[in-house]
Ligand binder design. Structure first.
Ligand code: CU
Length: 178
């Protein structure tokens, strides 16, 4: 390798490194903590990808089966029953529904489905949410896991029952400015 090739290779490498932090948009995270001693905990990651947000959740300590899973409008998990988080995040004044229904709240993420060991994973992409700006900005709101399944019909909450875990959504790693 001669010097010119070396310089060119280094330049390509350095520009690739400079590009990497911008390869995906801002991200945020919510650490789910148990409410009323439910033992339910987990982590939810949010990553802006173009005009959509990728949601990846891993939750433990659940009863097997489906559990309503929503973003609620207030970033306040202080009440023992989680009611301090307010109602579903609904910036467009729509009816409650499932994540694939045309009528739905921006915070309607559907159901977490726990396996026989009580573990649930969920991955979805939604254009209803955004990180850091816009009406769908999820920073400063909260994620709630419910005791019962969301039926996607009952207004305005899907009849998902008690709130069993709550986590405040915060910007991750100083990327919130992008
Ligand atoms: Cu909810």
């Amino acid at each position: 390798m001669n010097n010119a090739t070396l310089v060119a290779t280094a330049a390509v490498f350095l520009s690739a490194c400079a590009y990497l932090p911008f390869s995906s948009g801002p991200s945020a995270t919510a650490e789910l903590k148990p409410l009323k001693g439910s033992g339910v905990n987990g982590t939810v990651h949010f990553t802006q990808k173009g005009d959509k947000v990728l949601v990846v959740a891993e939750v433990k300590g659940l009863k097997p089966g489906p559990h309503g899973f929503h973003i609620h409008e207030k970033g306040d998990c202080s009440a023992p029953d989680g009611m301090s988080a307010g109602g579903h995040f609904n910036p467009h004044g729509k009816k409650h529904g499932g994540p694939n229904d045309p009528d739905r709240h921006a915070g309607d993420l559907g159901n977490l489905v726990a396996d026989a060991s009580g573990n649930a994973k969920l991955t979805l992409e939604t254009a209803d949410l955004s990180i850091g700006s816009g009406p769908g900005n999820l920073l400063g709101r909260s994620v709630i896991v419910h005791a019962d399944p969301d039926d996607f019909k009952t207004q305005p909450h899907g009849n998902a029952g008690a709130r069993i875990a709550c986590g405040l959504i915060v910007a991750k790693g100083g990327r919130s400015a992008y």
